[in-house]
Design a binder for this molecule. Structure first.
Ligand code: BGC
Length: 743
């Protein structure tokens, strides 16, 4: 007994000594800060782009003039830079090595818009974890992801990079990615996440990238800011300001957003980085006189790190000496950055094990997660029964179209590091998986998505005559979406429609698969095909996923994360718009086709277009599968609630077909009367539920009344008592509502 007590005492003493010996993160930050010169402090705020080993850049690192680098991921080069910072600089502060790891590093997952279509945050978190495992093996410890920009305009090329138009879905996906990148606990595979672009960048006027935005403070708070706030709560370590000016103020110089909202209201403790040269660009905006003035505005607005404007490294010392920037603020910015470096363990483990890098790439588990993500992100938009293909009847398929065998393009935008040599295209997968049972003929028709016919269409048509079914792979090359790649015409480019029409005219069933970085206008495609499977850009394992969906070894479960317009002129078109005084509900006919009666001077006085229906082609949350579901009316346990109550709502969903499938059951709410006009519907919950043929499943949701809070007339977030409607349905345009009241 005595011996046990003695060893307990020794252990306690050891623990106490250990605690005594190990300073906290904050103490380490303070200790380091005390030793730093003004120039070294400013150096931590400087982020430099490097490509290959550059002696000047290494010299700056030795002088303590660089806090972070981007755009290099050769482990050997990175180790050399890191040695310059750690071994050859006065204080040995490690560099924070960053990169745009947006939807995978080597193993490419579907583009984020496709990931959002999975409505599966757990899977998305898993994908981000694999991205972090692969990227950190190469020394990348900070990614500029997730992009949380709500995008209601598919002309904007960067819609590909986010989770679409809905605040709730965007929040779930963003938080999942943050958790996946950073890991549940910090270790060598933790990669700091960066939520971007703060804020409203996706509301660019006309969908033209970098354009001005005019989002009111209320809409910012109700629509654009919540995903950022949720990620701050989830512990995201960094945030990036956006390029755009909103209501006249460039985000990178907007102290209200960064100092007041982000840090003041939400208590963000990480650091804020500018976007690439967005400090300097305030000069172009006509908001700053020169780069020095831009540096002053950005720094005083709360931007800690300067990405590639050289404004801080060149001018901050002078600004401090002139009293335009305070030493206290500088110290705080340095603290924010050092804290992240300590948390990531960079001081303990600054180097990469160069012998072990490639072992981390393309693991079986990562490839399987990528395949599963591609399966879940594909949305079945139309199907006249041709899908899934019946293997006992289909003996020969024609594989055609520019995306059938496009290993680079199916990876999508932001694919720095994913190697197309690892991509499994649909052509390859169809041959590998089904080639024994089915003869696969390949005739591309067009070589790339923007190509005009050079005789390939006739060849494809000729080949189609030998096939039982045509599998057409159309869409957009990777380069048609992403940063600075906006479009005014969001229908298929080149002669793809001509190809589709010619294939359709053969009379053979046409299964159309579309890989694209945005929602496209598909009126023509619907008319000229028998089924449309929309897989966005599906990544490395897109081929097997699509092939298995086509042959029914997998069932579609994706739902549209954005509204698909019928016509580009309808944009912006999104499901959760506010109610107008003259709503267009109920009439679908084109008013300009109605003959005028004698003396008639108008065609209707509600919120219509004369030459296009008001409804979208496909609403938000929409997607078919290989069975059908029947929903009961939703039920709630009572009809009156207090502001702190929880609504228990449920519905029964019956699989009325003969295949097991997953349904994404969605809960929407409408606040009937508010101190300001409210959205006609808002997504507040979803669940992926597997249902066997003939089975009826009860799906239950808990909705906290507090989740109905919003910023009303007085700009204070609260629940406004009154009547609400609640739907539980398979998409944003279906279902019958039930009413409840908040007292
Ligand atoms: C983009 C950012 C990106 C940064 C660094 C900018 O042009 O807007 O999203 O993270 O470049 O590559």
């Amino acid at each position: 007994m005595k011996r046990i007590m003695l060893s307990v005492a020794v252990a306690m003493l050891a623990a106490a000594t250990c605690m005594w010996a190990q300073p906290t993160e904050d103490e380490r930050v303070e200790e380091l800060l005390r030793k730093m010169t003004l120039q070294e402090k400013i150096g931590q705020l400087n982020q430099l782009s490097v490509g290959g080993f550059d002696h000047n850049a290494a010299g700056m690192m030795r002088a303590g003039m660089v806090g972070s680098i981007l755009n290099e991921c050769n482990p050997n080069v990175l180790n050399r830079y890191q040695r310059a910072a750690v071994e050859d600089s006065r204080l040995g502060i490690p560099l924070l090595i960053s990169r745009d790891v947006i939807h995978g590093f080597k193993t490419m997952f579907p583009i984020p818009l496709g990931l959002a279509a999975t409505f599966d945050p757990e899977l998305v978190q898993q994908g981000a974890r694999f991205a972090a495992i692969e990227a950190t093996a190469s020394g990348i410890r900070w990614t500029f992801s997730p992009m949380l920009d709500i995008a209601r305009d598919p002309r904007w090329g960067r819609i590909a990079e986010g989770s679409g138009e809905d605040t709730y879905l965007d929040t779930q996906m963003g938080v999942a990615m943050v958790k996946g990148y950073q890991g549940e606990t910090f270790d060598q595979t933790s990669m700091a996440a960066c939520v971007k672009h703060f804020v409203a960048y996706g509301a660019a006027e006309g969908g033209r990238d970098y354009n001005s935005t005019g989002v009111s403070e209320r809409t910012l708070r109700n629509v654009y800011l919540p995903p950022f706030e949720a990620c701050v709560e989830a512990g995201v370590m960094t945030l990036m300001t956006s390029f755009n000016d909103n209501d006249g103020i460039p985000s990178t110089g907007n102290g209200f957003l960064v100092n007041d909202v982000l840090r003041g209201e939400w208590g963000f403790e990480g650091f804020v980085v500018s976007d690439w040269a967005s400090i300097y660009e305030m000069v172009n905006h006509g908001y700053a006189e020169d780069n020095k003035h831009a540096g002053e505005l950005a720094f005083n607005a709360g931007v800690d790190m300067d990405m590639m404007s050289y404004a801080y490294i060149r001018h901050l010392e002078e600004l401090i000496n002139e009293g335009k920037v305070s030493m206290e603020d500088l110290d705080n910015a340095v603290r924010n950055i050092l804290r992240v470096k300590f948390r990531l363990g960079l001081f303990e483990n600054p180097y990469i094990d160069e012998s072990n890098v490639e072992a981390a790439f393309y693991s079986e588990e990562a490839l399987e997660a990528a395949r599963k993500s591609a399966v879940e992100s594909a949305v079945l938009l139309t199907n006249n029964g041709v899908l899934p293909l019946n293997r006992s009847k289909v003996k020969t398929v024609l594989v055609t179209g520019p995306m059938a065998d496009a290993p680079h393009d199916q990876l999508g935008t932001w694919t720095f590091d994913g190697d197309p040599a690892h991509t499994v295209t649909p052509l390859k997968a169809l041959k590998q998986l089904y080639g024994n049972d089915v003869q696969v003929i390949y005739e591309p028709g067009l070589k790339y998505s923007r190509e005009f016919d050079k005789g390939g269409i006739a060849k494809a048509v000729k080949a189609a005559k030998k096939a039982d079914v045509i599998l057409a792979f159309l869409g957009e090359e990777a380069i048609l979406s992403g940063e600075a790649h906006s479009l005014v015409d969001i229908s298929l480019k080149g002669d793809q429609r001509k190809l589709l029409e010619a294939l359709h005219e053969t009379g053979k069933p046409v299964v159309l698969n579309i890989m694209a970085g945005r929602s496209l206008v598909l009126d023509f495609e619907i008319e000229h095909s028998d089924a449309i499977l929309y897989s966005f850009h599906p990544g490395t394992m897109g081929g097997p996923a699509i092939a298995q969906l086509i042959f029914g070894d997998e069932t579609p479960s994706g739902k549209t994360p954005v509204t698909f317009p019928k016509h580009v002129g309808q944009i912006p078109l999104y499901y959760n718009h506010n109610m107008t005084g003259r709503p267009a509900n109920g009439r679908e006919e084109l008013l300009h086709e109605i003959p005028l009666k004698a003396g008639q001077t108008s065609l209707g006085m509600t919120s219509y277009w004369l030459d296009c229906p008001f409804a979208p082609e496909f609403p938000f949350g929409y997607g078919l599968t290989y069975t059908t579901f029947k929903y009961s009316a939703p039920e709630i346990e009572k009809t009156e609630y207090g502001v702190n109550d929880t609504v228990h709502a449920c519905v029964t969903v019956r699989n009325t077909g003969d295949k097991e499938a997953i349904e994404v059951v969605q809960l929407y709410v409408r606040d009937l009367v508010g101190s300001v006009t409210r959205p006609v519907k808002e997504l507040k919950g979803f669940k992926r539920v597997a249902i066997a043929p003939g089975e009826t499943v009860k799906v239950a949701f808990e909705l906290d009344i507090q989740d109905l809070a919003f910023y009303g007339k007085d700009m204070v977030k609260k629940v406004e008592p009154g009547k609400f409607q609640l739907w539980i349905a398979g998409d944003s345009a279906s279902g019958t509502p039930i009413e409840f009241e908040v007292k």
